[in-house]
Design a protein around this ligand. Sequence first.
Ligand code: GLN
Length: 552
Amino acid sequence: MKSASTNQKTKFIFVTGGVLSSLGKGLAAAAIGALLESRGLTVTFQKLDPYINVDPGTMNPFQHGEVYVTDDGAETDLDMGHYERYTNAVMAQKNNYTSGRIYYSVITKERRGEYLGGTVQVIPHITDEIKRAVRQLEGSVDVAIIEIGGTVGDIEGLPFIEAIRQLRGDLGRENSLFIHLTLVPYIKTAGEVKTKPTQHSVRELRADGIQPDILVCRTEAPLTDDLKRKIGLFCSLNTDAVITAIGVESIYDVPLHLHAEGLDTKILELLNIWTGQPNIKPWQDLAHRIKNPADTVVIAMPGKYVDLTESYKSLHESLVHGGLANNVKVEIRYINAEDLENKNTAASLLDGCHGILVPGGFGERGVEGKIRAITYAREHSIPFFGICLGMQLAVVEYARNVAKLDKANSTELDSITPHPVIYLIKEWFDYRRNIMQVRDETSDMGGTLRLGAYPCALREDTLARTAYETDEISERHRHRFEFNNDYRAQLEEAGLTISGTSPDNNLVEIVEIQDHPWFLGCQFHPEFKSKPMRPHPLFRDFIAAALKKKHD
Ligand code: GLN
């Protein structure tokens, strides 16, 4: 369906959050995108994060959650993952800005003398830079959904709020929309829901010059019409612009709930866009499949950040998608990798799982425990999936225990190992930039990362080739260390299959073991490309193998 907007201009939806963080602003934005796509419109997103870090690449996943990597190699906020999973939009560096990135570019211009000696100020220089960042998206899609990180009233968020206030004037009323997400809590002692935090949050927003057009209220139970009327009255909104967002069983129910509340209808009315009825059947089917699995499989996942599942957001979702492809529920058993270092506890912690997944990671903590889990999977014929560090450790495990290369290791974990099967490769051809990359121990830490999408050629008659059903793929990377080709012949002779390499055959991308139900490690992060509607083939086949294992 072609969009029939009044003109070809991109319209902007600005999503802000009030009261407190973690209300699910990213999910709400993603769900709005999904609903607009279901009406045949094209969408894109942008997340404006108020913190000073230039990007989340160097931020601790404990604090910030997962670093999401895009095709163009940007290290971005995990909300980019929601956007890509819910829609067809492809995220890139231009879809995620932090205050740090904005200031960095203003300061760079100032140093170059571009402001001609003028005083450089938050208004207009920082706000102009923000507006430029937002307006880059103009012309590419029908609707751009801009999410402002943080909560209204935060000091560091003010320049963003001011910039979007100005943008309403620049873009015009029919081309811009303010959606504010708030909380309407149920207070047990009073036995009722309270609208006061929402009133205050809207007042705060108005003090910054923004009158929201639509309120999305997070609640435990649907708001009655009376309550909606009351909130509308205080916030100068019609009742149909007050939308309830109740807690849902599955995050993939969010688009359906918001649709039932009339959110997409209201958005289109206010933006003066005409479309036909939405096709939400794929979301209904998805919701049905999520709620009616035929079976359950247990996947053990030894990791470092086991206390914070936000750190493994995309991985978690990809496993859910793999389950959907097989009509099963995936129960993830997060295990602190350090607890696996003792052989006896390891066996009891892994007992009863139908698959083991070792995720990516940096540094030595828990590594020997992860290696023990890999040995367990290999020896007990339990389906194994190793991702990035997980693949590197599968190579180390195989080198040590099958090829008998004593003390084999990655130089990241043991710089004086006698058998550096994983190391910093000196030279590699960078397909994205079409140049030879040279790196060594003295290279800049961040600069040596291989980031973003790279091509990978698949070998015939392998698990990888069976899964992907094609001979060349593209997947996203975020790592420094690589498989050491000096050990390639030896490891292959010992039975390791190299099923995927860079097209020039220099970089090993996928390893497998035959004589095992399903054992595969990949250097890239397939979890950044899985969607509920299109489960990633490796996750699909891994879960299928786990299901088979369960019934063997
Ligand atoms: N630490 C490893 C490397 O830098 C793996 C990184 C990862 O798992 N993302 O190569």
